[in-house]
Design a protein around this ligand. Structure first.
Ligand SMILES: [Zn+2]
Length: 152
């Protein structure tokens, strides 16, 4: 019997094709605001909850969110994971060094934003830490303009 784990790690069938994904009005507005170093959420007209990144429908009320609100650049680390591998085009590789992916509750938001966390080691990171957004020097209206979060 073949070892499934061995197969997973060593057999790679490259399917290198590109496709375009239209992000839609709500995510486009979020990305456009990143160029100005602003983080936008969308507010539900019924329950008032704000989600980031903005999404059209409130999952609880099924109402269309119509209002965009600017969120704080700071938040609390609610949860995180430390990554040791990268996955690129189906290829699993060892990361150059362990990295932290955090779930951050920004001021003014009711859900958690996933983002890279830097400026703190995987040994020292802990939930409850206050973090702030760190931007690329030159923003271009790309999802990656918001580069990472680091301790305040
Ligand atoms: Zn709602």
């Amino acid at each position: 019997m073949e070892d499934i784990k061995e197969t997973f790690y060593h057999t790679v069938a490259p399917l290198d094709f590109g496709y375009n994904y239209r992000v839609g009005t709500y995510l486009q507005r979020y990305i456009d605001a990143l160029k100005d170093k602003k983080i936008l959420g969308a507010k539900c007209p019924q329950c008032g909850k704000v989600v980031v990144p903005p999404r059209k429908y409130c999952g609880a009320c099924n109402k269309v969110r119509e209002e965009y609100v600017e969120l704080s650049q700071e938040g609390t680390l609610e949860n995180y994971t430390v990554g040791h591998i990268t996955l690129e085009k189906g290829q699993v590789n060892q990361a150059e060094s362990p990295y932290i992916v955090g779930m951050i509750k920004l001021g003014g938001a009711d859900n958690l934003l996933v983002g890279k966390v830097a400026g703190v080691s995987p040994q020292e990171v802990k939930t409850g830490m206050r973090l702030k957004a760190v931007w690329k020097d030159q923003t271009e209206g790309e999802y990656s303009d918001l580069d990472h979060f680091e301790p305040v």
